[in-house]
Ligand binder design. Structure first.
Ligand SMILES: Nc1ncnc2c1ncn2[C@@H]1O[C@H](COP(=O)(O)OP(=O)(O)OP(=O)(O)O)[C@@H](O)[C@H]1O
Length: 273
C-alpha cells in the first residue's frame, strides 16, 4: 500500500471578483518530499500558497494535509492550532513578519507556548536553544532584536519559527528571493539540511529556477492560474515540454542577460513560438 501524501490538493480554484487567479490545480507531496510551483508573476502561485496555509479560502476544490481536510476556514482556536502543526509558511520578507520588539528567543518561546502548552519553562528554553542550533544562530543573535540582524539572519529566525510548531509541511513563498546570492546559497543549504534531518516537506513558491533546482524533487509550472507542465524538477528544467517553461528557463538572468524576443512576447501576452 502506498503511503498517504502529506499534502494533497484537488481541483483548487480561487476567484477574486471577475478574476480567476487559480483554476483546477491538482498536486500532491509525499511525506518528506519537496515540490516547487514556478511561473511568471501573476500566474497564481502565492494564491495557492495562501489557500494551503489557510490565509485565503478556496472558491472550490479540496486541500488535505496529513489526511485532514483544511479546505474550509478553521472553526475554533483548537482547530487552528492543529492546522498550524500541519502547515507553516515562511514569507519573502521576514522583517515584515517578525515582531520588531522581540528577539528570536522570545519569538520562538511564544510559538512553543502555543504548540507545546504542557512543556515547562526549562523544556521550552532547551527547545529554543535546539532550534537556534538547527538554523545556525549563535547566542548573541538569538537575543538581538530583528533590526540588529542581517536579512539572512532574520530569515533564519523565520525558518526556526516555522519549525517550532513541528509542522509536516513548510511553505517557502519566495523565502530566499530578497537575499543576496551568497546568503541565498547558505539558506538553501540550510533548508536542504533541515529537510534531511527532520523529514519535513517543502512546498516552494519561486520564480527562480536556480533555487528550485537546489531543493525540490518535483516541479509544477503555472500559467494564468493553471498547471501547464509537471514532473521531476531535473526533467522539467532539462527538457521542458512547453514553450512557456522553456522561456521561463531561458530567461533566468545571468551576466550579460538581455530579454529574449520570446520573453518579450510572453510578457506582452502573446504565445511564445
Ligand atoms: N486579494 C486579491 N484581490 C484581487 N486579486 C488578487 C488578489 N490576490 C491575487 N489576485 C490576483 O490573482 C492573480 C494571481 O496572483 P498571485 O499573487 O497568486 O500570483 P503570483 O504568481 O504569486 O505572482 P507573484 O510572483 O508576482 O507574487 C493575479 O492576477 C492577481 O492580481
Amino acid at each position: 500500500m502506498t503511503e498517504e501524501p502529506v499534502l494533497r490538493v484537488t481541483g483548487l480554484r480561487r476567484e477574486f471578483g471577475g478574476v480567476v487567479a487559480v483554476d483546477g490545480v491538482d498536486f500532491e507531496i509525499p511525506r518528506g518530499g519537496s515540490l516547487a510551483i514556478v511561473g511568471e508573476s501573476g500566474s497564481g502561485k502565492s494564491t495557492v500558497a495562501n489557500m494551503v496555509v489557510g490565509l485565503c479560502a478556496p472558491t472550490a476544490g479540496t486541500i488535505t494535509a496529513c489526511g485532514r481536510d483544511r479546505s474550509r476556514p478553521a472553526r475554533s482556536a483548537k482547530e487552528r492550532r492543529l492546522r498550524g502543526r500541519e502547515v507553516q509558511i515562511v514569507f519573502q520578507d521576514p522583517y515584515a513578519s517578525l515582531d520588531p520588539r522581540h528577539c528570536a528567543e522570545q519569538t520562538l518561546d511564544e510559538v512553543l507556548r502555543l504548540h507545546r502548552a504542557d512543556d515547562g519553562k526549562q523544556q521550552r528554553q532547551a527547545r529554543v536553544a535546539e532550534l537556534g542550533d538547527l538554523v545556525g544562530l549563535d547566542a548573541r543573535q538569538m537575543r538581538a532584536r530583528p533590526r540588529a540582524l542581517s536579512g539572512g539572519q532574520r530569515q533564519r529566525i523565520a525558518i526556526a519559527r516555522a519549525l517550532a510548531a513541528e509542522p509536516e509541511v513548510i511553505i517557502l513563498d519566495e523565502s530566499v528571493a530578497a537575499l543576496d546570492v551568497l546568503v541565498q546559497a547558505q539558506v538553501l543549504n540550510l533548508l536542504a539540511d533541515i529537510r534531511e534531518r527532520t523529514g519535513v516537506s517543502y512546498l516552494l513558491i519561486s520564480h527562480d529556477l536556480g533555487v528550485v533546482r537546489q531543493i525540490t524533487d518535483e516541479t509544477v509550472v503555472m500559467r494564468r492560474g493553471r498547471i501547464i507542465e509537471r514532473g521531476p524538477t531535473a526533467d522539467v528544467l532539462a527538457h521542458p515540454r512547453q514553450p512557456y517553461t522553456q522561456v521561463l528557463r531561458d530567461s533566468v538572468p545571468h551576466a550579460g542577460w538581455k530579454p529574449t524576443r520570446a520573453l518579450r512576447a510572453l510578457t506582452e501576452g502573446a504565445q511564445p513560438s
